[in-house]
Design a protein around this ligand. Structure first.
Ligand code: GDP
Ligand code: IMO
Ligand code: MG
Length: 420
């Protein structure tokens, strides 16, 4: 029996989808515990590319997928993903928490409207309604998945909530008719379509733990997008750190056996906010093109830069990472020199930890360690197959973080993976 958690250690898009698929082979249940359809996880199998926003990546291996209480569920996206899998003759085995909050149409409209209002200071959200939905959850005026299965409960909640949302939309100048009857009917229909999957997932997960099942919890986003520990307010609206794997699923911290951090061999971020090692030059462009760094959810170009180990160490400390999966090493193939950030210079001092103050973040200078580049890692299948320079790069990361790298990914395909 083991319960493992996979966490992104940067600003998302570290390759969690590929690593989760890889680790899923012998797993019984794969669980999403936070975030919503802002996530975009890609799994490539031969010529087929699967992109998931809500379903855990393990469902293509026929594993039981769990969308737990901490996720915010957009039923339109969920139904679409279920139907897409069915059209490929894959019947997803799925459980959706009755406690998970529902992303409503007004959350998506308000997400866009708030971004417009912020103008130059916008966060650059995915506009999937994530912030407004989590705000309602915490303010205790959310609609939960279980409510979609009961007409009386849903109508009563709509009657209470919609007049306030109408006023809010007016403030933001959004022209949309929130008709109580229309919306109640629409969301009841969604409820019918997912009724068979709705469960008390915390009960089911704890039963699975007791029965000795293998469970993998799949994080979305990354630690730098965590609402407490990331580059606030340029973050998402959930906790992405390992601790939330418990709150977001109902599995006790007592049962977590291993926490795995996914680190991309360089850094990317989508949307606004500080990014100390960002490269606005040809190398940045090269990483973007070679790494295919365009958002899975919004198609936006991802900002690119050198690997920042101050960031990764911050993530590893807060999450208590036991072992690392290093991804996209092949994207650095062919560069003459590669750099890793090992500290920040600010006010005549070298900071060795990640500051919370945006003004410091915007004015610091990264301190780099420089390495010789290498030609090719893509064909390597063992650590010894890697060029010496690439091995030095990997060993440096391990030694700096004092955490073992157990997996190295040198391509998007399943077999382009080295285990150590
Ligand atoms: P996630 O959000 O963390 O699951 O990551 P995304 O799926 O958004 O972005 C990672 C992208 O890189 C996807 O297109 C993957 O297919 C691809 N990918 C994953 N690992 C590797 C790798 O080792 N090398 C290369 N070249 N691509 C990879
Ligand atoms: P995966 O799981 C990268 C970013 C958005 C924006 C900020 C807030 O694929 O790694 P939100 O819509 O969550 O309110 O947007 O968070 N963001 C992501 N960036 N990967 C993701 O998910 C992200 N999910 C949200 O770009 O900067
Ligand atoms: Mg992604």
């Amino acid at each position: 029996m083991s319960v493992r958690v996979v966490i992104g250690t940067q600003w998302g898009d570290e390759g969690k989808g590929k690593i989760v698929d890889y680790l899923c082979k012998d797993v019984d249940l794969v669980v999403r515990f936070q975030g919503g359809s802002n996530a975009g996880h890609t799994v490539k199998i031969g010529k087929k590319v699967y992109r998931f926003h809500l379903l855990p990546s393990g469902v293509i291996r026929g594993k039981i997928g769990v969308i737990a209480n901490g996720v915010v569920v957009d039923p339109e996206v969920l139904i679409d993903e279920i139907e897409r899998l069915r059209s490929e003759n894959i019947e997803p085995k799925l459980m959706v928490s009755d406690r998970a909050n529902v992303v409503m149409i007004y959350h998506k409209l308000l997400d866009g409207a708030e971004e417009e209002y912020l103008g130059r200071k916008r966060i650059g959200t995915t506009r999937r309604g994530i912030g407004p939905c989590y705000s309602d959850k915490v303010a205790r005026r959310g609609i939960r998945v279980g409510d979609l299965l009961d007409e009386d409960v849903l109508r009563e909640k709509m009657e209470l909530i919609l007049p306030v949302k109408r006023e809010l939309m007016k403030v933001y100048g959004v022209d949309f008719d929130l008709d109580i009857e229309d919306l109640t009917r629409r969301y009841l229909e969604y409820g019918e379509k997912i009724r068979e999957f709705v469960k008390d997932t915390s009960y089911e997960l704890n039963k699975a733990v007791r029965e000795g099942k293998e469970i993998l919890l799949e994080g979305a986003q990354g630690v730098m997008l965590d609402v407490d520990f990331g580059t606030y307010p340029y973050t998402t609206s959930s906790n992405t750190v390992a601790g939330n794997a418990c709150t977001g699923s109902g599995i006790s911290p007592r049962y977590i056996d291993e926490i795995i951090g996914v680190v991309k061999s360089y850094t990317t971020r989508v949307g606004g906010g500080p990014f100390p090692t960002e490269l606005r030059d040809d190398i940045g462009k090269h990483l973007q093109m070679k790494g295919g760094e365009f958002g899975t959810t919004t198609g936006r170009a991802r900002r690119c830069g050198w690997l920042d180990l101050v960031v990764v160490r911050h993530a590893c400390t807060i999450c208590g990472i036991d072992g690392l999966a290093l991804t996209k090493l092949d994207v650095l193939d062919g560069l003459r020199k590669v750099k890793i950030c090992v500290g920040y210079e600010y006010g005549g001092e070298v900071l060795d930890r990640f500051p919370s103050d945006l003004r410091i973040l915007e004015n610091l200078k990264p301190v780099y360690e420089e390495f010789d580049g290498w030609r090719m890692t893509k064909k390597a299948r063992t650590f010894e197959d890697l060029p010496k320079e690439a091995r030095d790069y990997v060993r440096f990361i391990e030694e700096f973080l004092e955490i073992p790298i157990n997996i190295i990914s040198v391509g998007a395909e399943r077999e382009e993976t080295i285990t150590l």
